[in-house]
Design a binder for this molecule. Sequence first.
Ligand code: BGC
Length: 396
Amino acid sequence: MNATAKKLVAGLMALTMGASLAACGTDVAPAGNAPTQESNNEAPADNKGGDKTVGIAMPTKSLERWNRDGEYLKQQFEDAGYKVELKYSDNKTDQQNNDIQGMIADGVSLLLIAAIDGSTLSQTLDDAKAQNIPVIAYDRLIMNTDAVSYYVSFDNYTVGKLQGEFVKKQLDLDNADGPFNIEFTAGDPADNNAGFFFNGAYDALKFYIDSGKLVIPSGKKTFEQVATPSWSTDTAFENMQNTLASFYAKGEILDVALCSNDSTALGVAKAITTDYAGGNTPIVTGQDGDIANLRNIVDGIQTMTVYKNVNDEAAATLAVAKSILSGETPDEGLVSSLGADATYDVESYNNGVKVVPSYLLVPYVITKNDLQKLVDTGLYKWDSDNKYLESTAETT
Ligand code: BGC
């Protein structure tokens, strides 16, 4: 994150809808009680929803995390007394525009949008603005429009930085002789987050790349060269297969496959499992805590994931939405009631038209040794053999 970004760190704070949410910090286990997973038919005492409907636009059901986001958001907003119109748009930008247009026509009071392509919603959001419907960009920034009021996400640069710093520590880059070989796999260029993740990781390792201790045999060192449209597992698999065939076919050692998230890590790990001849087990990074990736972590095929508690993200979003719908103007004062560690940032996220005030939650690293931390969030449970994790959510 921008060094000058305004930061306020909230402690373990007030909770939304009776759900006791975990406070967490970098490398620190979430503490506290598990969030309530059952839906609560009785509206809580602070029910302010009234007749208001909130429109929630999620990108796709094909990437695991958005199923969780949709479920947690719906549950939390309904528990707070709001009606919810939730749409998934199959990763198609036209469909997402249509879905949001439909919500505007239905007279929603507020829109929460995780954009498929952050730059394709300007016209639709002009319509929302014309009807005084506030818009919160959820997780991904919406670009080129002044119709977006707030952004709720995680500190995206820190996600990448945690991946890079993990590699630095695992390889002991300050002391080991090296050189070590690394390949990058980044995310969807249409997703504003993807560049933040890549830059955070690259910047953490740049010193060692520049000094030659880390080598990129493929030569692919820019975001554009390693981006993965739609965050596709299949594309990440094919790209890694090609890289292995072109640069590692003679038994050259791959030490690190730095993947920006879990859907891409899944493809990369599969390519390594099937096509890599080097004999060692490369470090593979990820992000999200998807169930398939947590299995790979148990099986030693993926090394870590950067975890973002999306139940906390939903709670923070509810707090911002409630404040807006009560006629307030949320600012840094709201941080203390977000229910999780967060920063208020009014500098880092410029969408091309304005700097969007942002509430950014704190991600942290999970390895095979700390899977219990995920169980402690209440969002995961051990399977019957106590070996792999399963989701406690209904739809994942
Ligand atoms: C999210 C990540 C996710 C990726 C693909 C990004 O915008 O922040 O958590 O892995 O999209 O779904």
